[in-house]
Design a binder for this molecule. Structure first.
Ligand SMILES: [Zn+2]
Ligand SMILES: [Zn+2]
Length: 345
């Protein structure tokens, strides 16, 4: 039976049939994507895509349907992966930075994505998921791993021997209370930081508050000097598909020598002001995806959090044939958090 996938090209989705060779190398695995979630980086790629068609979908849960002779998975296993499909052999992979693999493919940004009914992987791309959770819950692990990785990058940047960092409370500001920002907040809290979220959409701020976080609205933060030059650590999790994220506010909200992780991309050039960043002595780190170890850690450690959070996060569900409507819904930041597409059962 032929498979089906949605291809995005020049502003339009089209459904196409395709065949996958079922002859597998020994470490190859065939996977049926079951549920996928729309991510802000999908929107970036849709905007920048020119002439090379893409198959979207990198936040997903799938079921293994066929395995090569020595593959480390079994038929029926529920799996997910990172967006970066690494080679497992290059220097970066050997050092654990699989998200910087020198021979990578990208899931959901090139010609393979979860918006299709069958995908071939190498077994080392995949992380096995627990059996006792729903497909909705299972679809959230990849986006959770982005938050996990961002907070852990802050931890790496934090200098243990810095007397100021040691003596003061470790205040972290997380800009953007969308799904990534919320998972950054969860990870940062688990690492012992005192978390403040910053959001401009009031319904999103309320969701963050409902989940137990302190969340401030952008105008109150900009107006009140109480929040200025306060934060040692900042994560920009806005993944801004409309502008230049929260970067421009960082020198006002960060204290001297603030450390900042930028997750994802901005639509427009943030125009880094060298003299201001120099004056502040800022340290910046830019995140590109997550290593597979971060995804594995989230699967091992965050099951209970994800089960608890799923009803708050997945706000919309669409069928496979409603892909266009699903992506159109993303423009409504007030009512959406995560939008799910049921690829198949
Ligand atoms: Zn994503
Ligand atoms: Zn590699």
């Amino acid at each position: 039976m032929s498979e089906q996938k949605y291809i995005y090209n020049n502003g339009k989705f089209s459904k196409e049939s395709y065949e996958l060779d079922s002859k597998l190398d020994s470490n190859e695995v065939l996977v049926k994507p079951l549920r996928m979630l729309i991510c802000a980086s999908d929107l970036h790629h849709m905007r920048s895509q020119k002439d090379t068609p893409i198959v979207l979908g990198h936040e997903y849960v799938g079921r293994v349907t066929q395995v090569g002779d020595s593959a480390s998975l079994s038929i029926g296993d529920l799996i997910t992966s990172t967006a970066c499909l690494h080679c497992n052999e290059c220097k970066q992979c050997e050092a654990g930075f699989t998200n910087f693999c020198e021979n990578r493919d990208w899931l959901g940004f090139e010609n393979t994505g979860a918006l299709s009914t069958l995908v071939k992987f190498k077994d080392h791309h995949l992380v096995k998921l627990p059996k006792d959770i729903s497909l909705k819950q299972a679809s959230l692990f990849e986006v959770a791993s982005i938050g996990y990785q961002a907070a852990n990058l802050i931890k790496i940047m934090e200098c243990e021997c810095d007397p100021i960092v040691q003596s003061s409370t470790k205040e972290i500001l997380i800009c953007g209370a969308g799904p990534v920002g919320l998972f950054c907040a969860l990870a940062a809290e688990k690492l012992g930081y005192e978390v403040t979220l910053l959001e401009k959409v009031s319904t999103r701020a309320k969701k963050a508050t409902d989940l137990g976080f302190k969340c401030l609205l952008l105008p109150e933060v900009l107006m009140s000097k109480d929040h200025h030059h306060k934060f040692n650590f900042i994560i920009d999790a806005t993944g801004d598909v409309h502008g230049a994220g929260a970067f421009r506010y960082a020198p006002m909200l960060g204290c001297y020598r603030f450390k900042m992780v930028v997750v994802g991309k901005y639509l427009t050039d943030p125009k880094f002001e060298f003299s201001i960043l120099n004056n502040m002595g800022a340290t910046l780190s830019f995140m590109r995806g997550t290593p597979i170890s971060a995804l594995q850690s989230v699967v091992d450690e965050w099951k209970e959090d994800i089960v608890k959070w799923e009803p708050h996060l997945i706000t919309h569900e669409y069928e496979f044939d409603e892909v266009e409507a699903a992506y159109e819904t993303t423009s409504d930041l007030n009512s959406t958090c995560k939008i799910m597409i049921k690829v198949q059962d």
